[in-house]
Design a protein around this ligand. Structure first.
Ligand SMILES: Cc1cc2nc3c(=O)[nH]c(=O)nc-3n(C[C@H](O)[C@H](O)[C@H](O)COP(=O)(O)OP(=O)(O)OC[C@H]3O[C@@H](n4cnc5c(N)ncnc54)[C@H](O)[C@@H]3O)c2cc1C
Length: 386
């Protein structure tokens, strides 16, 4: 039987970033995926890196991630298209503006570098915006990257340092002996491991459940769209009119927005990702925001499935039992946090103390969660909400 220090289940950006950080320390790591590297949410995302002010326990992770992003291309040896151009939230009416003022005050109380800006400053950042703009919230920190290239970069860098990535090899369960993980059961047999990391995106709860651990995550389909390239319009990562919008290095306008469409997934197959009516709503909102794009062709739309936790925050759990098991989920914002999450997951998997405070992201915080929490919120397959 093959044996590794760590087997990681899931070759998305989290698994690959963790695998990279484990391999870099000289440990033997195998990353398994039921499909291809980065084929699920990780290559379908927008690529925003944010402050995570909406979830204070994640602020330290976001701060470390931000620092790491600045040197990530040199560190990994491959390009991520990182654009450190800050983040802008645009208010189109007074109600949104009042909301942003409350947000700014709250985030400033956590020492986050955000400030309110007036309509003229917003339009300096994005001159093509509708004249309905009344103001905005801005931070110079953060930026955006190409999620597909970032994921691939972690994968290549992991391989360069001796990590092994095995595609088309679904994990079926975790092997446990005397309350310790000893390996992973796959469609190609059992591989031995001293530690196992489950970061299988929406399939994470299914794998954890097979050894009796409840992980409160539900799956949702998100849809993104991209236009044909246009001349440079703006460089910041923008949130406005219910959309996240950025312009790629090639000039395409990439955008996506809610609502979440809650879906069911199974353990080994690729989830269905049809394009739905959500796209029409997204395209309408983009034209309200940037009216000059009216005659620019929409090139492509696609869907990706993310898993979401009850408080929308990451889950980072080093299980008490069985020993050697790590469970990790980014709860729908894993690209931006990937450099920091990979580092911490690697530390947890190798039995080290985490270098970033993540205790409050463990499963303990859900101890009093009702077993019906997802249906109480209507976060169930067939419903649309956020
Ligand atoms: C449209 C869209 C926009 C987004 N925008 C942003 C953004 O702007 N910023 C941001 O930070 N995040 C964003 N996200 C979220 C981000 O993409 C995810 O949080 C992140 O990619 C999660 O990475 P992951 O590695 O945990 O999961 P995934 O990328 O889902 O990877 C999990 C992997 O596990 C594999 N797997 C599952 N089951 C098994 C099994 N049984 N055996 C083996 N392998 C298995 C899957 O095949 C998959 O490759 C967006 C997502 C979408 C869909």
């Amino acid at each position: 039987m093959e044996n590794y220090d760590v087997v990681v289940i899931g070759a998305g950006v989290l698994g690959l970033s963790a695998g990279y950080s484990i391999a870099r320390q000289g440990a033997r790591v195998l990353i398994l995926d039921k499909g291809r590297v980065g084929y699920e949410a990780s290559s379908r995302a927008m690529g925003f890196q944010s402050l995570r002010g909406e979830n204070p326990p994640e602020i330290p992770l976001a701060a470390v991630a931000n620092d790491l992003w600045h040197t990530l291309d040199e560190e990994l040896g491959y390009p991520t298209e990182w654009t450190p151009s800050g983040r802008l939230w645009v208010a189109l009416n007074d109600e949104e503006l009042a909301d942003f003022r409350r947000t700014a005050a709250l985030w400033q109380s956590h020492q986050l570098p955000v400030r309110m800006i007036d309509a003229a400053e917003v339009r300096e950042l994005v001159p093509a915006l509708t004249d309905r703009v009344v103001g905005g919230l801005f931070t110079e920190r953060g930026g955006h990257a190409n999620p597909q290239r970032t994921t691939q970069a972690f994968g290549w860098a992991c391989r360069d340092r001796g990590g092994i990535i095995r595609e088309l090899t679904p994990a079926l369960g975790i092997e446990v002996r005397q309350d310790r993980v000893v390996g992973v059961r796959t469609t190609a047999g059992i591989v031995g491991a001293k530690s196992v990391v489950i970061c299988a995106g929406p399939q994470t709860p299914l794998l954890a459940k097979s050894i009796g651990i409840d992980v409160p995550l539900v799956a949702a389909r998100l849809e993104a769209c991209i236009t044909a390239p246009v001349p440079p319009l703006f460089s910041t990562a923008m949130v406005a009119n219910g959309l996240s919008v950025r312009q790629t290095g090639r000039g395409n306008i990439l955008f996506c927005g809610g609502p979440h469409e809650w879906v069911d997934v199974d353990l080994t197959s690729e989830p269905a990702k049809p394009t739905s009516a959500i796209v029409q709503g997204e395209a309408r909102r983009l034209l309200e925001l940037l009216p000059n794009l009216k005659s620019v062709p929409l090139l492509r739309t696609w869907a990706g499935i993310v898993e979401v936790s009850p408080d929308h925050a990451c889950i980072l759990e080093r299980a008490k039992a069985p020993e050697g098991l790590i469970i990790a989920s980014a709860s729908g914002h894993g690209i931006g946090l990937a450099p920091a999450l990979g580092r911490v997951i690697g530390e947890l998997a190798l039995g080290a103390a985490p270098s970033i405070p993540v205790e409050s992201l463990s499963l303990d915080r859900f101890a009093s969660l009702s077993s019906d929490w997802a249906s109480e919120r209507r976060w169930v397959a067939g419903e649309y909400n956020t």
